[in-house]
Write a protein of this length. Structure first.
Length: 322
């Protein structure tokens, strides 16, 4: 039973492929550049050239596959051309989903995000709390559109389940830094000040496992995967406990908003990423607390605590020599 994974050069897709291979599954990975992808995709997976926005290459890659894990997407919070978010996150999902329908796959595991849910600051939310309103950033709205497309395709026969990871950190491809880079910068004392707010985090290997466990869940099931919500100060304290680095001061909210707004205006002129993208600050200031109770109860999934996951990450990529 061959499995197709999209997005295997990213942190989530890499760990999905790794977990499948650990279980002895036959894995194909759709990648844009086979040679460049070799260093990022787990050894043992077959690499197939293609792009999630190209219908023919997706159909060719899916030939003979009975399960699809669609983890490809753009997690960035700023792009010069904001239409790219919709083209990749929503449009790519539609292309892969249509190919899966045509191929008659047995299961379609869709990597969504916690950003499609609603919840007030300090409020606990679960998989029942989808936000019916458009979210505040281009990234979030593109992921909402992708999520809704998959939900509608279930009525047409797509055997889909949804997985909603929080902010993912942990071992994976070096070219997909994300939250990892922030943790490394804290370790290496390169963070002059913390941003206000916080985020729900989840260890990368747990995310891979959660996706694979969700494959056998009933069609239409949704699973949030997080350890828990941590303030930025708590994350910095965990890094301090792991390696002795100091906890930077925290920017006031008003100053963080000012820096973000000024950077966004400057980016319109320079066409370069702002120092603090509005989407990043928006995510950190959300402050709602997702619950993984359903994944724990239905799948037997359990999150690795931050201290333990951080130790594994730092061991996998030691600090560079001074």
């Amino acid at each position: 039973m061959r499995v197709l994974v999209t997005g295997a050069t990213g942190l989530v897709g890499h760990n999905i492929a790794a977990e499948l291979l650990r279980r002895g599954r036959s894995v194909s990975c759709l990648v844009r550049d086979v040679e460049r992808a070799r260093a990022a995709v787990p050894e043992g997976a077959e690499l197939v050239a293609g792009d999630v926005t190209d219908r023919d290459s997706v159909s060719r890659a899916m030939a003979g596959c009975t399960v699809v894990y669609h983890a490809a997407g753009l997690p960035e919070q700023w792009l010069r051309d904001t239409a790219t978010f919709d083209r990749i996150n929503r449009g790519g999902t539609e292309v892969v989903g249509e190919a899966a329908l045509a191929a008659g796959v047995e299961r379609f595991v869709h990597t969504s995000t916690i950003d499609v849910f609603r919840g007030a600051a300090g409020e606990r939310y679960d998989e029942t709390m989808l936000d019916p309103e458009p979210k505040g950033t281009h990234y979030e709205r593109s992921k909402q559109a992708a999520d809704r497309w998959v939900a509608a395709a279930i009525a047409r026969g797509l055997p889909a389940v949804f997985v909603h990871p929080g902010a993912v950190y942990g071992p994976g491809p070096a070219a997909s830094p994300g939250t990892n880079q922030f943790l490394f910068d804290l370790r290496d004392r390169k963070v002059p000040a913390l941003l206000p707010g916080g985020m729900p985090v989840v260890f990368s290997r747990d995310v891979g496992l959660g996706h694979v466990l969700a494959e056998r869940a009933p069609v239409g099931s949704r699973y949030i995967l997080v350890d828990r919500y941590y303030t930025m100060q708590a994350i910095a304290a965990a890094v301090r406990d792991a390696c002795g680095s100091p906890i930077p001061r925290t920017l006031p909210r008003w100053l963080a908003r000012l820096v973000s707004a000024a950077g966004e205006l400057l980016s319109r002129l320079t066409r370069r990423p702002p120092l603090l993208p509005r989407g990043q600050l928006h995510f950190l200031l959300w402050g709602a607390h997702p619950s993984s109770d359903r994944a724990e109860q239905d799948l037997g999934w359990h999150a690795t605590p931050l201290a333990q996951g951080l130790a594994a990450l730092l061991a996998a990529q030691p600090s560079p020599p001074q």
